[in-house]
Design a protein around this ligand. Structure first.
Ligand SMILES: [Zn+2]
Length: 80
């Protein structure tokens, strides 16, 4: 899992480290639909930490933000 290519990664390449820890300017916001969509699958499920590469702290924040966005109907619960 240490493989990292110089090319643009094809969708889900595990990165080293959490993107929120690396980039302090990145924020997790339930109103930021575009940003949260990176963390849900095609079927509307929240992606696992293995997929997103987030740390525990930020993955929990992302999950919470997605759940809030779902309540506000910004994100789907299921996507068929
Ligand atoms: Zn983090």
């Amino acid at each position: 899992m240490t493989y990292r290519s110089k090319e643009k990664p094809a969708m889900y390449v595990p990165r080293k480290g959490c993107r929120f820890c690396i980039d302090k300017d990145l924020t997790i916001d339930y109103k930021d639909v575009k940003g949260l969509q990176k963390f849900i699958s095609n079927y509307g499920r929240i992606e696992s930490r293995k997929r997103t590469g987030n740390c525990v702290k930020h993955q929990r924040k992302v999950a919470l933000a997605i759940k809030r966005a779902r309540i506000l109907a910004l994100l789907p619960y299921v996507n068929k």
